[in-house]
Design a protein around this ligand. Sequence first.
Ligand code: ZN
Ligand code: ZN
Ligand code: FE
Length: 754
Amino acid sequence: MSVGARQRLRVRVEGTVQGVGFRPFVYRLATELDLAGWVLNDSRGVLIEAEGESEALKTMLERLRTEAPPLAIVERVAEESVAATGQTSFAITESAEGGEAEAAVSPDMATCEDCLSELFDPGDRRHRYPFINCTNCGPRFTIVRGVPYDRPLTTMASFEMCELCRAEYEDPLDRRFHAQPNACPVCGPSLRLVDPAGRSVADATEAALEEAVLAIADGRIVAVKGVGGYHLACRADDEAVVAELRARKHREDKPFALMSPSAEAAMELVELDEAAEALLASRERPIVLAPRRTNAPVARSVAPRSRELGVMLPYSPLHHLLLADAGVVLVMTSANVSDEPIAYRDEDALERLAGIADLFLIGDRPIETRTDDSVVRVLSDRPLFLRRSRGYVPRELPLGTPRSILACGAELKNTFCLAKGERAWVGHHIGDLKNYETLRSFGEGIEHFASLFAVEPELVAHDLHPEYLSTKYALERDGVETVGVQHHHAHLAACLAEHREAGPALGAIFDGTGYGTDGTVWGGELLVGDRRDFRRGGWLFPVRMPGGERAIRQPWRMACAWLRETLGDQPPIPPTLADSVAEDDWAKVADLASSGLASPVTTSMGRLFDAVAALCGIRAEVNYEGQAAVELEAAADPAIAGAYPLPGGGRLDARETLTAILADLGAGVPVSEVAAKFHNAVAEATARACAELARAERIELAVLSGGVFQNRLLLERTAAALAGAGLRVLTPRLLPPNDGGIAFGQAAVAAASA
Ligand code: ZN
Ligand code: ZN
Ligand code: FE
């Protein structure tokens, strides 16, 4: 073969192509196709030069896309011809320094099958090693300090590889070639077990594991350092210890997540259809919420009053060892006290969790970025995110923007979003942005993402609420243009953008709270709009929130406000609330609602669900926002098809609905039926109002979003009714319908008006 017949191509591959075994894959491909040249990682992704027969080069280009390694996401392949050099071999060369850093970092991935079989193989040198990983699995986002993604810029930097590990790391044909967290018992991180005072209980990995498993079996609470933070682990079948955990965490009702040793064991806890089972076992390993089995072998305190349980499978080698040794289902709940962020640094964990955990199982690989478990339900065979974090972050989302954007999100379930060019990155779950701890985490997260993806924001988008810490943060940034985005418009735009739709669309956006353009509290909105603009096409009948924020904690106040609208001043206290609310408190709150003193007007659909839940006697008070609505959904019998009246086209007037509910409750109709007929009423009325607007506006696209649509029953019924009315329906798929999706929506609006 003469040099003249040969061609040489320079190929740039972009997407999630670093830390996923892409270079070895290119090496094998080139060797097989008899191509010479090199491949390297640089700040934009992977760069290849390959030289050989033109047919072989063509094949390589095709197979780069079709045969990429499982964790890789190839976004773009661009090639150009360069002069042939006559090179005869192919090599993987060192990462290029410098240049603008913007290579994609992969999310953290569950332990792969190959690593698992080594983990449990007594003959393997990593037998029972809790930090085993390879190019196809292991920590990524949580250990990255900077790009390019290479060991010195991860939290593994301080561990020097032993000879065997180094050989694997340097062998292009090895599964661990350039696996940055590569480690073994000789050279890598180890485990220790300490008491709350930090005194050693066991210093060696195997002893620490053994003692931890014994303690758990014995009914004690162990803080376990995981991939994105600490969990609190205990037996799920022991009521005494679960109740104790609840008391120590000051977490009165929120369900605890469970970790099950296997999918089979998970089947005994919850009902899983094929899609749910696939999601549970996916390499992202989210917590899957699914209907609990009647005889699920878990303590009552795991999830009191909930029809669902949140279950996940082990996703780190440490989890696999713990669960295999313990042989029982464990509670694995985020290690924090009530609303604080999850603990992830060792010192901090010991300090904050001293009163909660009896022991601490600590691995000495540091966590760079705190990342909570993701939480999903399954809707029409697809995930419906309640929280998108570990396993999914920082995967890119599609968003074209002429200028670089930072979007700061809202307050509850905050996330932020950075965008430039054709891509956007939504950050990890920050939590409720209400205190210094979360604010710091928010600010650090933004800086980290800005450097990982080389985004220098020119536009900074924020909520209209002047008191949100995210808004204040946005307005305090120097040298940028700020864009205020109405909360419900952001919900609408987020859903349009993730579906790559421009609009216009009708949006039924139902949530708890969002600052309206008129300064009132919105939350039951029918919007007509696209990514750039919107107008309000209708809304839920407005009522007072007696006592403001207190009405969120005390749904009975919303019941009182709605009854005042329905029955007039000083409505009688309904029998279902007589036991939980004092007569004169009720009278005072009714007065507040009448006078409007400290009682803002709201069109919130979330608050209507609260009111109905309170009326049904389900909840007079709640411990977290949305709890009453969750329990109302759980109470509803999905087999019941009837619906209450909920008249009004663009103005959904729920007063008649309340009257009918009172009558039914008075007549002894079971709550399961009342709750179902209420869900059906909202679904039907929403579809009817949207269909009317659609005809008037000549629009055929509808969007359902907002936190109220985490309610699967409501979302399914509303979507079905809208489809029945001939509309095409979009629901959030890649992001949560709740405020975790707001930042992406703000970015979409900012991009459209940039
Ligand atoms: Zn692996
Ligand atoms: Zn080693
Ligand atoms: Fe919202």
